[in-house]
Design a protein around this ligand. Sequence first.
Ligand code: ZN
Length: 330
Amino acid sequence: MKQPLRPALLLLFLLWAGPRPACAWGFFGHRLLNRLAVYTLPPKMIGFYKAHIEYLTVNATRPDSRRTVVPGEAAKHFLDVDRYGDSCLTTHGRGLPRRYEDAVARFGEDSLLRHGIVPWNIAGMKNQLTAAFQRQDADAILRLSADLGHYVADACVPLHTTKNYNGQLTGQRGIHALWESRLPELLAADYDLFTGPAPYLEHPADAAWAAVARSHAAVDSVLLFEKELTASFAADRKYGYEARGGATVRVYAREFSRAYHARLGGQVERQLRYASRLVGAFWYTCWVDAGAPDLSKLPRTASAVEELRLAREAAAAVAPAPGAVPGHED
Ligand SMILES: [Zn+2]
């Protein structure tokens, strides 16, 4: 079923909805993806999700706010495929174990966390969200849907699958934000982000690994095209200055950003479409696997307890972080 969507209004909302911390897919992209995913859901789900679309939008970036606060959180957002070799994505031979416990047994948890665990984390969260649907626990459904949407979206970012996550190993520092923040922020109004209804995932864990594999296959072009473009741009045309929140900041120039988008053949746009459908597919699959509970009886606002929990988490996020596990912090 196709739901009406007004992209221009949606983008306006996303652009002025608050300050922007540094985070994966960018503040803008994560909000956009959770929001778009709502419109991929079937009739029996969409009422509840639409009623909570502001919650799902605003809290789309919460996992990034926790990165430096909660030990082990950072590792949930990426997988450095190249630490293991491309063959790690196969399901045999040198392939990484699909069960987290097996991976821990093989590599040790410290090593695993250092190189990221995003596909295992998605599979674990899928089970948590399914259980929340079974309990018909509206707060948990909301919280886990927002978080799961974030991690699925992260798995769809090529630079979340490489140790060279910010071009720091190839003299391209800053490329992370160029790909996942600057391009969507500049160009999303021109993107075609409509996607079909979310499909049911027969093998959700495999879908998470497939997303990582698809992202990783794009890493070479993400890096190469930026390098080629940089060589063809005068140094003073690659960057520009823009006013942001009362300050003037250096950004990739609009002309350079548009040229990069064209050189990538619309890759960011394609990944946004793919990610929004996949987020919806995970939510839908959890609901089906929980026995397709009736969501029409669930509350249309988050509970006072959930609001309090969010406020506490937000306060903790600005506190100093004791012993957080680092990862892709550049
Ligand atoms: Zn993230």
